[in-house]
Design a protein around this ligand. Structure first.
Ligand code: IMP
Length: 200
């Protein structure tokens, strides 16, 4: 069994410049006497996401922040993987929306790519890595599976939420109340694994 390094409290850098993500992680770790600092607050550089897997990219970001800040650092990488497209957009999920982050464009692109394909299976995946200044990294991958749905439906959520229906549901992620989505999401799954292994 892999030995996981425990975080016993104190300062933790969230390797993200996205204020919403930092806030969400601060709330999720509130019970574990964690003093969450964002990479943005520390002016840490954002490394290029050059790995070919979700975990690879999360580890690269966690290690870069941990080395630069000399503090334990938590990073994530997430996206949607479609079976009929051999896992695309996958780690390129954000990049498919282009520099203006146009997800209507990205969802149309997926709809066109899916024309004539019967298999609608898709998964949201979230990798979380807790990295340390000495290079040690513990990583976890959360997942939720479901089906693609066109046309897009719903106005809540973000990204690809309007075209994803989780198994056992008949509404898209963008039609669900945020709390209901957060309880079952890939991110919640990854966090449960991280907390059980490193924060308890
Ligand atoms: P990241 O911030 O580099 O991890 O980019 C993840 C990208 O994957 C986002 O820009 C979204 O396009 C997509 N994504 C990840 N999680 C979700 C989700 O919960 N709903 C919808 N889209 C998501």
């Amino acid at each position: 069994m892999t030995t996981r390094r425990r975080f016993a409290g104190g300062k933790l850098v969230v390797a993200s410049h996205n204020a919403g993500k930092v806030r969400e992680i601060r709330e999720l770790l509130a019970a574990f006497s964690t003093d969450v600092i964002s990479a943005g607050d520390l002016n840490l550089p954002e490394p290029e996401e050059t790995a070919l897997t979700f975990i690879g990219n999360a580890e690269l970001k966690a290690r870069a922040a941990a080395t630069n800040a000399q503090l334990p650092s938590l990073a994530d990488d997430s996206g949607m993987a479609i079976d009929a497209l051999n896992g695309a957009p996958g780690i390129y999920s954000a990049r498919w929306a282009g520099p203006t982050k146009d997800f209507a464009f990205a969802m149309n692109h997926i709809e066109r790519e899916m024309e004539g394909k019967a298999d609608r299976r898709a998964h949201f995946i979230c990798a979380l890595s807790l990295g340390w200044p000495d290079g040690h990294c513990d990583s976890f991958e959360g997942k939720i599976s479901g089906q693609l749905h066109f046309p897009a439906r719903g106005t809540k959520g973000f990204g690809y939420d309007p075209i994803f229906i989780a198994d056992g549901y008949d509404i898209t992620f963008a039609e669900m109340e945020p709390a209901a989505k957060h309880a079952i999401s890939h991110r919640a799954d990854a966090f449960r694994q991280l907390v059980a292994a490193c924060f308890k």
